[in-house]
Design a protein around this ligand. Structure first.
Ligand SMILES: C[S@@+](CC[C@H](N)C(=O)[O-])C[C@H]1O[C@@H](n2cnc3c(N)ncnc32)[C@H](O)[C@@H]1O
Length: 135
């Protein structure tokens, strides 16, 4: 998705999701260069971001993260064994204290290992334990 499409997508979907993002207008004003062709995220915000296209069933980034967003794919479309395996790999990449966000309508499979609900209503889980079960 191009940056300008991302802005339009956010403008379209946030109200539909009932989400109010108070900082949105500020971000839109200060975070983007607005041109006749559309809006482009400023280089200072865009350049530190790495985009990688991967099939999550087979590969994931090696790094660990403070925040992982994993909505409406793994815990909606994958079968139970693949959900469990993918969740384990996701957990291995979460920093202790880090958060996993899934869809509001989704549920984590059993065997959540070190994850505790932070806001189950919002689909946010936190990695509490340093113990990692490797496969
Ligand atoms: C229903 S959309 C959810 C998009 C977004 N996560 C959200 O919450 O709005 C599912 C996304 O998963 C991507 N996808 C499908 N199979 C995938 C796979 N095996 N590995 C990684 N991404 C995949 C699709 O391209 C699509 O962008």
């Amino acid at each position: 998705m191009k940056d300008a499409e991302g802005v339009h997508f956010l403008q379209w979907c946030l109200p539909k999701l009932g989400l109010i993002w108070p900082g949105y207008r500020k971000v839109q004003r200060q975070g983007f260069d607005h041109t006749a062709e559309g809006s482009l995220i400023k280089a200072e915000f865009r350049e530190p971001v790495t985009f990688v296209e991967q099939d999550i069933r087979h590969t994931m980034p090696r790094e660990s993260f403070h925040l992982i967003l994993c909505r409406y794919l793994v815990f909606t479309y994958f079968d139970a064994p693949l959900q469990g395996k993918t969740l384990q790999h996701v957990q291995e990449r979460m920093r202790v204290g880090g958060a996993l966000v899934i869809g509001r309508d989704e549920r984590l499979p059993g065997g959540e290992l070190g994850l505790i609900p932070w806001s189950q209503k919002a689909g946010v889980y936190r990695r509490a334990s340093p113990a990692i079960v490797a496969t």
